[in-house]
Design a binder for this molecule. Structure first.
Ligand code: ADP
Ligand code: MG
Length: 777
């Protein structure tokens, strides 16, 4: 299938894979998977014969679809990553464009496969795993200098939104920035208003992913839209070059979570939904059109009919290595849809792409290189022929030198040079500048070490950096790894700080709303997930602490051995050994021990790094769950408690069974409690958790992301210390919630805002209790 036509070009058809979503239904008679065929793999469906007009008889029909490989229900996320995404990532690292897209009906596992599940670290999907993989490679590859950027785009109703746009945070519907497409003279597309953000490491990239996902979730409410009808494109832009070279390789990796592929006629239509269904249909319809045109090698490919096909133009029949994952559900009611997904995939498999190595001479770099060469030739010439200069450096020259030194230090290229010419005064000045910088850094280091010491409790548990640096074969103890050792402590302090800040900054939630939140929380579908993750975090913190202790121990013993080694050498020198040349057996033993300790040290550091990634991921999962909880509560609250303006309108409760987790049936109403319009920043509103840093803190891109609760701390449960005990209902509250509505009265305060909330709470609570008492149909 793949073939190298000419150097730097790979011709290949789009690779198709299928993944079957796990189900509890008995499905052994309905479908089968075969991965052993020589020609590839296949999935086969056995369904009742459809005689047309909806009549079905007892005859069965078989449908078989071929794929490169089919992942059955038990396939794990790691296997999916290794088989599907890793080869694409490798090509992207080599300078080719890559795309992986998931296609299938709503609920068939597209998001689970591309981004991952919200429940646990092990559920993380292709995006986080690919990021990990890419950055690991980037760090290890010393022959290349890489820069990475990220964008995250959502297409909804044929309108593009930039999910990384900070404006989304404080925005109202009408101000939502949209991304527009422009075609340049060479028919390349340009996306205007799409922010492409640099991400220097895995952590920053993950933060961007979570930031975008959180925006997606909140914008969902803002637009009253369903995420199942939007397409999301997460793109990594990689730029690599060899140090000193002007040849750059630029590649792009699109990871695409398409909208649900189900047909319009399957959905309950009406009003807004119809427009969306129409658009989604249009959007996917054009994707299909492009794919059909490509698979039939037609002359005209209608890329420009929709935004999505414009954006993915390269991925479909162009300069890209593309892979499609068909996600299918084998529940009986979904079989028809699953077969149409497979049929679509068969078409896609016919499309030929031609990926070229995206390598080019960067004119800016080239000019810079030529200038450097020119200058150094002039310098050499001056050195041979010129006179040394006598006069002092001017102020301008000094400033210019400062800029030069700064640029030199910031240049990631290890072979960067500081072109100073032959002027000795300039050279001396630069050394002075460098000396100043180094001593400034030393001071900062001392301060950091002191802080670390303090954070660590004893002040000397962590060996100062200088001691590490003098340890044999200096192994850098990554700042970030240190981060884990102290993060727990820091978090405790921060949570406490925020509690106080919240008190200072404004009134908390009124008591009524707060209690309602606690009751709401108790029934929420994510409660168990949050609790599980909390437990996992606690466990991981303990492990990280343990590892930290081990790291320190090993380092101490390396230092101890080193001292012994020195002593030994001094002794031997004193004794003036004749046989100096001979290996000292004692020294050999010590060296061996040092080696062993170093190995152990490295392995602890490796473990710590792995732990760190997991801790950060789980923290982000919790963060997202928290935002979701807030959002769900907000929706539920405004449904249960119509504001003063619309108090006459019947609440949903009176008309039917309420759903804690369902979306509101209407867009956020302006003026109903004032919380429908601006979703960010959450901490500006008196919302549950508002004193805990919200997802907006993700912006800081440093490992400061807070968990809702400091795992090691068991705070006394009280409704006023939610920072530490959101998940626990206090005994008093539990009692409260079992009191019959009639017995329950809260004195009003006279403050109309608080009283409104109290009354609203009483109403909501009564509704809730009534509902609990009536068995659900
Ligand atoms: P889609 O994005 O196609 O609408 P989702 O990825 O959101 O579907 O999946 C729907 C539900 O099924 C989610 O709750 C998800 O966690 C779960 N799910 C999907 N695929 C798997 C899988 N392979 N293993 C476990 N759970 C899955
Ligand atoms: Mg989805």
């Amino acid at each position: 299938m793949a073939g190298m036509a000419e150097k730097g070009t790979v011709k290949e058809t789009i690779q198709i894979f299928a993944r079957v979503k796990p189900t509890r239904e008995e499905t052994s008679k309905v479908y089968s998977v075969n991965n052993d065929e020589a020609a590839g793999a296949s999935v086969e469906f056995v369904v009742p014969k459809d005689l047309g007009d909806g009549y079905v008889n007892n005859k069965l029909e078989n449908y078989k679809f071929r794929f490169r490989r089919v992942f059955d229900q038990t396939a794990g996320q790691e296997e999916i990553f290794e088989t599907i995404a890793q080869p694409v990532a490798d090509r992207v690292l080599a300078g080719y464009n890559g795309t992986i897209f998931a296609y299938g009906q709503t609920n068939s596992g597209k998001t689970f496969t591309i981004t991952g599940g919200a429940r646990s670290y092990g559920d993380r999907g292709i995006i986080p795993r690919t990021l990990s993989y890419l950055y690991q490679h980037i760090i290890q590859d010393s022959t290349m200098v890489y820069t990475t950027h990220i964008s995250y785009l959502e297409i909804y109703n044929n309108v593009c939104y930039d999910l990384l746009d900070r404006q989304l945070e404080a925005c109202r519907l009408e101000d939502l920035p949209t991304v527009t497409i422009m075609h340049d003279s060479e028919q390349n597309i340009q996306l205007r208003n799409l922010s492409i953000q640099q991400s220097a490491n895995e952590e920053e990239a993950l933060n961007l992913l979570f930031l975008g996902d959180t925006h997606r979730m909140t914008a969902e409410t803002l637009l009253n839209k369903a995420s199942t009808r939007s397409h999301c494109i997460f793109t990594v832009y990689l730029c690599g070059r060899q140090p000193g070279s002007a040849t750059v390789r630029r590649s792009k990796l699109h990871l695409v979570d398409l909208a649900g592929s189900e047909r319009v006629n399957k959905m309950a239509l009406g009003g807004q939904l119809l427009t969306e269904a129409k658009y989604i249909n249009v959007s996917l319809h054009y994707l299909e059109q492009v794919i059909i045109s490509l698979s039939e090698s037609r002359a005209h490919i209608p890329y420009r009919n929709s935004l999505m096909t414009s954006v993915l133009r390269d991925s479909l029949g162009g300069n890209c290595m593309t892979t499609m994952i068909s996600t299918i559900s084998v529940d009986k009611t979904n079989l028809k849809e699953s077969m149409s997904t497979c049929r679509f995939a068969q078409r896609v498999a016919l499309i030929k792409n031609e990926a070229v190595l995206n390598e080019e001479e960067d004119p800016v770099l080239l000019i810079a290189r030529l200038k450097r060469e020119n200058q150094s030739l002039r310098d050499e010439l001056a050195m041979v022929t010129g006179e040394p200069r006598q006069e002092q450096l001017t102020q301008y020259e000094i400033q210019k030198l400062e800029v030069q030194v700064k640029d030199f230090l910031e240049d990631p290229d290890p072979e960067a040079t500081l072109a100073l010419g032959t002027d000795l005064q300039k050279i001396r000045r630069c050394f002075t500048l460098l000396k100043t910088i180094v001593s400034g850094l030393r001071q900062q280091l001392t301060i950091i070490q002191e802080k670390l010491g303090r954070a660590n409790g004893t002040g000397n548990e962590l060996t100062p950096l200088s001691a590490v640096a003098t340890a044999p074969d200096f192994i850098p103890l990554n700042e970030a790894v240190r981060g884990i050792l102290i993060s727990e402590k820091e978090e405790t302090e921060k949570t406490r700080d925020q509690d106080t800040t919240a008190q200072l900054n404004g009134p908390r939630l009124s008591i009524g709303k707060e209690e309602a939140f606690e009751i709401f929380m108790r029934d929420h579908e994510d409660r168990l997930t949050i609790e599980d993750n909390k437990a996992v975090l606690k466990q991981r913190y303990i492990e990280a602490k343990g590892l930290g202790v081990q790291v320190n121990k090993t380092r101490d013993s390396i230092n101890e051995l080193k001292k012994q080694l020195e002593m030994r050498r001094i002794q031997r020198a004193d004794q003036d050994h004749r046989e100096e040349e001979e290996q000292d057996p004692v020294e050999a033993i010590i060296l061996k021990q040092v080696e062993a300790e170093k190995k152990e040290f490295k392995s602890y550091i490796g473990d710590l790094k792995t732990l760190r990634t997991e801790i950060q991921h789980v923290q982000l999962l919790m963060e997202r769950a928290k935002v979701k909880l807030q959002k769900d509560f907000k929706e539920w609250w405004s449904e249960e408690t119509p504001g003063p303006q619309d108090s006459g309108a019947p609440s949903r409760l009176q008309t039917g069974r309420p759903s804690l987790n369902s979306k509101p049936s209407s867009p956020g109403r302006p003026g109903s409690g004032g919380h429908s319009l601006s979703y960010f920043p959450a901490h500006k509103q008196q919302e549950p958790y508002s004193h805990v840093p919200s997802a907006t803190d993700l912006r800081s891109f440093v490992p400061k992301i807070q968990t809702m609760q400091t795992p090691s701390e068991d705070r006394p449960a009280s409704s006023h210390q939610r920072g530490g005990s959101v998940l626990e209902l206090t005994p008093q509250l539990r009692d409260l919630s079992s009191i019959k509505p009639a017995d329950y009265s809260i004195p009003l305060t006279g403050d109309s805002r608080i009283d409104d909330d109290i009354l609203a709470f009483v109403r909501a609570r009564q509704n809730l209790l009534q509902r609990r008492d009536t068995p659900q149909q």
